[in-house]
Design a protein around this ligand. Structure first.
Ligand code: HEM
Length: 123
């Protein structure tokens, strides 16, 4: 295994940990009657994004190295995942200091995060 493959493996594990943390924080926060942006949500989101960007950056070099093992990513899939996470982060950053947010806004973040998980696994 070369260095790029090692970094790819680490970035993938971190990406999955951060996206699961993001979803877990949102699910745990569902129990609160007054919905707020969960503490740590923006950290998990930014970290997932950075790890995702590292994976993207490594895709072409790894594909050059071994195209069967590392096929090029589907741009539409990544574009949609990026858009969904950008919306989640936008809502989270804008409302981080609020003492209450609407349940619909909260559920929208959760729905986008779960949609991204489904897209990541099934597309
Ligand atoms: C809430 C948002 C997100 C969720 C739930 C999510 C979830 C996942 C999961 C579960 C995987 C592993 C399964 C697979 O390989 O398909 C994955 C892989 C990946 N994600 Fe995400 N992701 C999110 C956002 C993003 C964003 C914003 C980017 C890009 C900037 C991104 C880029 C990638 C890439 C490139 C892989 C493929 C890694 C590989 O197969 O080598 N993800 N994502």
């Amino acid at each position: 295994m070369n260095t790029l493959e090692l970094i790819h493996g680490i970035a993938l594990v971190l990406h999955v940990i951060f996206v699961l943390a993001l979803i877990a924080l949102l699910v745990i926060g569902l129990r609160k009657e007054v919905k707020v942006i969960p503490k740590g949500l923006t950290h998990a989101g930014w970290s997932a994004l950075v790890a995702g960007l590292v994976l993207l950056g490594l895709n072409h070099p790894l594909n050059n190295h071994n195209a069967t093992k590392y096929p090029l990513y589907d741009n539409a899939k990544i574009g949609i995942k990026f858009l969904f996470l950008a919306v989640i982060l936008g809502i989270a950053v804008k409302n981080a200091k609020k003492t209450a947010i609407s349940a619909n806004l909260y559920l929208a973040m959760l729905a986008l995060a779960i949609s991204n998980l489904i897209i990541a696994v099934t597309w």
